[in-house]
Design a protein around this ligand. Structure first.
Ligand code: JHZ
Length: 406
C-alpha cells in the first residue's frame, strides 16, 4: 500500500478498530436477516508527508449514491453554515457576478446562505436522494461526483468560479489528486478554495476516535495539508480552527502566485503542530493506546449501569456512533433504542449493533434511566432539548474523551 498523497510505500499502521460495517448503512427490518458486510478499520501514518490514512478503501458508490445524512437536521449546523456563507461572501466581496461551487453540497445549506448575497451558485452532490432535496429548495445541484466532465460542464455553462467550497467531503475523496486538478481548472486565476475538514489534532486531543470510519479516507493536519497543496502548486493563505464535528479546520487555499496574502495564523498552527510532535509516529501510537483504554472504560461504565438494572437509550444516530458501538461491542443488549430527528433514519436499525432508530418522542413513551449522547458534538443542543427528562431524573452520559455524566 502506498501513501495517497506522496506515494511513499513505508506506511505504519498504528490503530486498529476491528472490522466495522459502513457507518451510514442503516438497515431496514428485512435487511437484518441478511449477512452484513464489514471492512477493516485501520489507520496508517506516512512518515514522509505525515498524512494519516485508512488502509481499506470502500468504493464510493457503495457509500454516497444513496445517503442518509442531511446537513440541516441540527440547528447548530444551520447556524454554522449560515455564518460561514456570510463570512465568505463578505470577506471576498462576492456579488451577482460571482460564482460559488460547493462540492458535496448535501441539501444545499451553505449555498442557500450564499445566494442571499445575490451570488450565483451550483452544488455538486453524488447522492440522488439528497440532491433532490436541494433542488426542491431551489438550489441548482448537479447529481454527480466532482469529475472532470462535471467541471467542464460548469465552466461551459457558468464560467470559472470565484470560490469552490468543500465542507466535510475533503477527507472522503480517494483520488484526491484528480479532484484538486478539477478544482484548479474550475477556479479563476485569483479564485479560492475553502475546505472544512475534521482536524486530526482535535481527534488526538479530544479522543474523538469514533470519527474514524470508511467514509473518511484521510485524517488531515495542517502539516499534511500544506504538503499536499504545495505539491499541486497551491498555497494555504488562511486557516481557522472551528468547532464542527469535535474540531475541524477551515482552510483557505489559492493558486500559488494568487493575490491573497498569507495570514500569520498559518505559521502559528504549523508551529503548534510541531510543538506537539505531529510529525512523529510515537504521537500516533500513544493516541492509539489511549483509544484502547477509553474503550475498556466505556464498556465497564455501561456494564455497571446495566448491572444495576437500569436502562439506556442513545441520542442521535450519527455515522460515528457506528464506530463507537461496534468497536466497543455495545449492542441492543445495552441500548434499547436510539432517537434521531432525521426522517431518513427513523424506522431503520443501526449498522452492526442493530439498535432501532426511533423519533425523539419515544423518550416520552419509554423514558430510560440514562441517555448516552452519541451525537456528542451537539451535546449543548441536545441537553437544551431534553431538559424535561433531566428534571425527571434521567442522567446523560457523554462517552468521549472519557465517559462522564452531565
Ligand atoms: P453528525 C457526518 O457524520 C457525516 P455524523 C459525514 N460523513 C461526515 O463526514 C461527518 O458528518 C463530518 C442527529 N441529531 O452531524 C442528526 C438529532 O437527531 O454528528 C444526525 O443523525 N437531533 C458527512 O453522522 C446526528 O444526530 C438533534 O437535536 O457523525 C448527528 O450527526 C441533533 C443535534 C442531532 O454527523
Amino acid at each position: 500500500m502506498e501513501c495517497r498523497i506522496c506515494k511513499n510505500k513505508g506506511l505504519e499502521i498504528f490503530l486498529s478498530l476491528g472490522k466495522s460495517p459502513l457507518a451510514n448503512n442503516f438497515l431496514s427490518k428485512e435487511q437484518l436477516e441478511n449477512k452484513e458486510e464489514t471492512y477493516p478499520l485501520e489507520l496508517a501514518f506516512c512518515n514522509n508527508c505525515k498524512l494519516v490514512q485508512l488502509t481499506c478503501i470502500v468504493p464510493p458508490e457503495l457509500m454516497f449514491k444513496n445517503y442518509v445524512y442531511v446537513s440541516s437536521t441540527s440547528t447548530t449546523f444551520k447556524i454554522h453554515f449560515t455564518k460561514m456563507s456570510e463570512d465568505i461572501s463578505n470577506s471576498f466581496k462576492l456579488n451577482d457576478k460571482s460564482l460559488v461551487v460547493d462540492v458535496g453540497s448535501n441539501d444545499g445549506l451553505l449555498l442557500k446562505g450564499v445566494q442571499k448575497f445575490g451570488v450565483k451558485t451550483i452544488g455538486v452532490e453524488p447522492a440522488t436522494n439528497i440532491a433532490e432535496i436541494a433542488q426542491k429548495e431551489g438550489i441548482e445541484t448537479i447529481n454527480d461526483f466532482f469529475s472532470r466532465k462535471v467541471v467542464n460542464g460548469v465552466i461551459e455553462k457558468k464560467g470559472n468560479a470565484d470560490v469552490v467550497t468543500a465542507c466535510n467531503v475533503f477527507a472522503h475523496i480517494d483520488d484526491i489528486d484528480e479532484v484538486i486538478g478539477n478544482v484548479k481548472l474550475l477556479l479563476k486565476e485569483n479564485g479560492i478554495f475553502v475546505i472544512e475538514v475534521q482536524y486530526f489534532v482535535d481527534t488526538i486531543e479530544k479522543m474523538t476516535f469514533d470519527n474514524v470510519y470508511h467514509e473518511h479516507i484521510s485524517y488531515y493536519t495542517l502539516t499534511s495539508l500544506n504538503f499536499f497543496f504545495k505539491k499541486h502548486g497551491m498555497d494555504i493563505f488562511n486557516v481557522q480552527r472551528v468547532d464542527s464535528h469535535g474540531g475541524s479546520l477551515r482552510v483557505f487555499v489559492k493558486k500559488t502566485g494568487g493575490k491573497h496574502e498569507i495570514n500569520e495564523e498559518v505559521k502559528k498552527i504549523m508551529d503548534y503542530e510541531k510543538s506537539i510532535d505531529i510529525e512523529d509516529l510515537e504521537t500516533y501510537k500513544k493516541f492509539a493506546n489511549k483509544v484502547y483504554e477509553v474503550k475498556e472504560k466505556l464498556i465497564s461504565y455501561i456494564q455497571d449501569i446495566k448491572n444495576q438494572g437500569e436502562s439506556i437509550a442513545g441520542y442521535g444516530a450519527p455515522a460515528k456512533s457506528t464506530t463507537l458501538l461496534n468497536f466497543c461491542n455495545i449492542g441492543k443488549d445495552f441500548i434499547d433504542y436510539v432517537v434521531d430527528d432525521n426522517p431518513l433514519k427513523i424506522g431503520l436499525y443501526t449498522p452492526g449493533a442493530h439498535i432501532p432508530v426511533v423519533s425523539s418522542e419515544y423518550l416520552d413513551e419509554k423514558t430510560p434511566d440514562y441517555v448516552l449522547i452519541l451525537a456528542w458534538n451537539f451535546t449543548h443542543e441536545i441537553l437544551e432539548k431534553t431538559k424535561k427528562y433531566a428534571n425527571q431524573g434521567v442522567k446523560f452520559i457523554i462517552p468521549l474523551p472519557e465517559p462522564k455524566i452531565v
